[in-house]
Design a binder for this molecule. Structure first.
Ligand SMILES: Nc1ncnc2c1ncn2[C@@H]1O[C@H](COP(=O)(O)OP(=O)(O)OP(=O)(O)O)[C@@H](O)[C@H]1O
Length: 291
């Protein structure tokens, strides 16, 4: 099983630190979603993993091989980051060019693989069309097709769903799932759509200002936030008796998992404080991102 190991990777642009001491792993068959606000460093990280940019420190290893020093390793990666195509070439020519640039020269294989992959991404009838006539969503599909053509072990995708219609999203998601499950391909992709990430990923990594702030499996169960007017010592002591409750003392908020008895908590909290608001959170990812 292939394993991607990113260890203490840092990258700066001039004075700006885009990535700081970033470490994570992705193993074959695993789908990892990368989330974070605009400018958090997601694309920079994916570019470091792909070997497109050199980090100022740290290592990116795939099955123990340094991707910057042993370039052949990158041939196992399917990469779609700000996919660029030559406008005056048609779809087939663009993909063939990129395959050759990636070290695939077997003409028979190229002639067979391209129509197959275009069919998979719903562009089967666009093989002779010039990319200049493509919409943004079609270019995104083509970017995914290009990644599929070379990604035999690992897919590295920057916002693969951006600009895709409902059908396109479903199609790309299905492929990602199938490739991970059946072909044991590891997938790391960035996305701003938390529902999508929640639905598709085995693991989620959240970045903030170039630093990893979360790496785990978010719980899908409903959680509650209870806002109170005062979070005094008595209430804090009572709440600590309930397993799983956390508190934000400054904001005067109690957080607790839905599996706890809501009415019991409210009764206890209400005895010591006035409850101002109760909010249910169905998607923990949103909380991770906002906090
Ligand atoms: N080529 C560059 N030159 C200078 N600064 C850059 C360059 N590329 C990225 N940055 C800066 O590095 C930081 C991280 O950018 P990056 O594109 O990796 O973030 P991101 O999480 O992918 O953002 P988004 O969600 O908006 O795509 C940002 O502050 C950005 O302005």
């Amino acid at each position: 099983m292939g394993c991607l190991e990113i260890t203490e990777v840092s990258k700066t642009y001039g004075e700006k630190a885009a990535l700081t001491d970033f470490s994570m792993t992705v193993t074959g068959g695993e789908i990892v979603g990368l989330i974070g606000k605009n400018g958090a460093g997601k694309t920079t990280l994916l570019n470091c993993i792909s070997g497109n940019i050199h980090p100022i420190q740290g290592t990116v290893l795939y099955d123990g091989c340094n991707i910057l020093k042993q370039g052949a390793v990158r041939g196992k990666f399917g990469i779609s980051i700000e996919a660029c195509f030559v406008d005056y070439l048609n779809t087939y020519e663009n993909l063939a060019l990129l395959m050759k640039a990636g070290g695939i020269h077997d003409k028979t294989y190229i002639q067979k693989a391209i129509p197959e992959v275009l069919q998979l991404v719903g562009l089967g009838d666009q093989i002779k069309k010039h990319v200049s006539s493509f919409s943004y969503g079609m270019k995104q599909r083509l970017g995914f097709a290009q990644a599929l053509l070379s990604g035999t072990e690992m897919l590295i995708l920057d916002e693969p769903f951006a600009g895709l219609d409902v059908e396109g999203r479903a199609l790309v998601k299905d492929h990602i799932r199938r490739l991970a499950k059946e072909n044991n391909i590891g997938v790391i992709f960035s996305d701003h759509n938390l529902d999508e990430v929640n639905e598709l990923c085995h693991r989620v990594v959240c970045m903030k200002e170039g630093i990893k702030v979360y790496d785990g499996i978010p719980e899908n169960e409903t959680k509650y936030e209870v806002y109170v007017d005062e979070l005094g010592e008595d209430l804090i002591l009572k709440m600590r008796k309930f397993c799983g409750i956390t508190m934000d003392l400054d904001r005067r908020v109690l957080y607790f998992p839905g599996k706890l008895e809501l009415h019991e908590i409210l009764k206890t909290a209400g005895a010591y404080s006035t409850i101002l608001k109760i909010r249910s959170i169905e998607n923990e990812l949103e909380q991770i991102l906002l906090n």
